[in-house]
Design a protein around this ligand. Structure first.
Ligand code: UDX
Ligand code: UDX
Ligand code: ADP
Length: 468
């Protein structure tokens, strides 16, 4: 193992933290992360890392320049590597066949082409990016176009880290999954990658499978997790109408070990770069194999999430006397979950879009998300920009604190569960708000009884909402 070299193509949310943790646990392995985006690489080499992730800075600083490197010299690093990870983005296709559903594996294919072109020695190529099942086949065929008679083994090693807890998830993974070909060469490649993870992951937690099971497991894991969120969110709607309390239900059902307590937190809707994309990908796969009932089953998880997001804004407007026009609404949280600055598919953007349609004046505060990033999210995911919404710049204000955002507001919408929103001085906030002062908790994190005592009208996801 002494001279093993790893190169990772893609220095994003997955590639960066994953390689940092490999480097930290394997001092004898030289790990280099490369990316087409020079600014991204420069940021990884600076004290201002391109992504916010608790604990990441310390891990990077402990090994950067020793056995962890970030570089734009893609071809040289691939050529020197024994193992090349492909960890690039695979977004949902926006046009052409499968638009809106299929994952675009263009970046993966490009990586395989680059590897085929520049390699002068045999390599193990590891799919880290989430890909449709049988992508390894495409990667393998592109690699076979190398004309130097080299052998490439393709492995699938999907990442299960969640943002906000990435370092913990990588240091203590519930499992590491490695899929490979059922040939002696494939098995040897699997064992080589197993030996990397064995530096810090107990052997029993390293699962090896065939390539297709590994690729599909990633989609299925995310589909099951998202399904739990959509399931509890569907129940939250029923709770609001019946007098049941969704938190009590989560506790009651989660104590059955067959169900388990995690991922039963009702919310304004799931977001993130994976859930929606991976389910759509699964739906597309089912459809392309003629399994329309299976496709429809999983598509319902997405539809329920859409419903949950739009239901929230609708109820907000209803409570505010059926109009939000001209009202100042403080939006607390824009990231898709706490402890990350990532905004991809965030429910907060959908709520803001619907409030914009009502001509509300939105003041957003998020401890990690910059205005530029918010605007990009509106533009990319929702096609809301100054062309479609000329007053966008005027209608959306970004505030530098929760207190600023709430000053003079008619209503507060809590859309990300940042810890700091639990301990705000709500008495101080209440005094400076228009009355009646509304608070809509899309994450169930505020102390409803205490807020009602102050004088707020409080509405929370999955808690009984008094009938009009
Ligand atoms: C169920 C609930 O488990 C129990 O808590 C409740 O009080 C009554 O309903 P029961 O119907 O007796 O109990 O059996 P259960 O073990 O839940 O199985 C129900 C059906 O699901 C069976 O047909 C079983 O074969 C099937 N099943 C269960 C599967 O097909 N796969 C599984 O992994 C589990
Ligand atoms: C997810 C998977 O958890 C991870 O294993 C995979 O590798 C990538 O996709 P991530 O998207 O980073 O990770 O975050 P996750 O914690 O799964 O949350 C996804 C969304 O679901 C968030 O918007 C979160 O707020 C929401 N969620 C999660 C709920 O609304 N309720 C819950 O109980 C859990
Ligand atoms: P993920 O969440 O999957 O890590 P990101 O978008 O955060 O996705 O990161 C993916 C990274 O991959 C981006 O920084 C992008 O520039 C990089 N990338 C995309 N295609 C290539 C390629 N062909 N070679 C190298 N890097 C690439």
């Amino acid at each position: 193992m002494a001279s093993l070299k790893i190169c990772c193509m893609g220095a994003g949310y997955v590639g960066g933290p994953t390689m940092a943790v490999i480097a930290a646990n394997c001092p004898e392995i030289r790990v280099t992360v490369v990316d087409l985006n020079a600014a991204q690489i420069a940021a990884w080499n600076s004290s201002n890392l391109p992504i916010y992730e608790p604990g990441l800075q310390a891990v990077v600083e402990s090994c950067r320049g020793k056995n962890l490197f970030f570089s734009t010299d893609i071809e040289k690093e691939i050529e020197e590597a024994d193992i090349v990870f492909i960890s690039v983005n695979t977004p949902t296709k926006t046009q052409g066949i499968g638009a809106g559903r299929a994952a675009n594996i263009k970046n993966c294919e490009l990586c395989a082409r680059t590897i085929a072109k520049v390699s002068t020695s045999n390599k193990i190529v590891v799919e880290k990016s989430t890909v449709p099942v049988r992508t390894a086949d495409a990667v393998r065929r592109v690699l076979a176009c190398n004309d130097k008679g080299l052998t490439f083994q393709v492995l699938s090693n999907p990442e299960f880290l969640a943002e906000g807890t990435a370092i913990d998830d990588l240091q203590k993974p519930s499992r590491v999954l490695i899929g490979g070909e059922e040939t002696p060469g494939g098995q040897e490649a699997i064992q080589k990658l197993v030996s990397v993870y064995a530096n810090w992951v107990p052997a029993a937690q390293i699962i090896t499978t065939n390539l297709w099971s590994s690729e599909l497991s990633k989609l299925v894991a995310n589909a099951f997790l998202a399904q739990r969120v959509s399931s509890i969110n569907s129940i939250s709607a029923l709770c609001e109408s019946t007098g049941a309390d969704v938190s009590e239900i989560s506790r009651a059902i989660g104590s059955d070990p067959r169900i388990g307590p995690k991922f039963l937190q009702s919310s304004v809707g799931f977001g993130g770069s994976c859930f929606q994309k991976d389910i759509l990908n699964l739906v597309y796969l089912c459809e392309s194999y003629g399994l329309s009932e299976c496709a429809e089953y999983w598509h319902q998880v997405i539809k329920m999430n859409e419903y949950q997001k739009s239901r929230f804004t609708k109820k907000m407007v209803e409570r505010m006397f059926n109009t939000a026009t001209g009202k100042k609404i403080a939006v607390l949280g824009f990231a898709f979950k706490k402890d990350t600055g990532d905004t991809r598919e965030t429910a907060s953007a959908f709520v803001c879009r619907d409030l914009l349609a009502e001509r509300a004046k939105i003041h957003v505060y998020d401890p990690q998300v910059k205005r530029e990033q918010m605007m990009l999210e509106f533009d990319y995911t929702l096609n809301v920009n100054t062309t479609t919404e000329p007053d966008l710049e005027k209608l959306i204000t970004t505030s530098s604190s929760a207190y600023d955002a709430c000053d003079g507001a008619h209503a507060i919408a809590v859309l990300t569960e940042w810890d700091e929103f639990k301990t705000l001085d709500y008495q101080r906030i209440y005094e400076k708000m228009s009355k009646p002062a509304f608070i809509f908790d899309g994450r169930n994190i505020v102390d409803q009884a205490a807020l009602r005592k102050i004088g707020f009208e409080v509405y929370a996801i999955g808690k009984p909402w008094p009938h009009m």
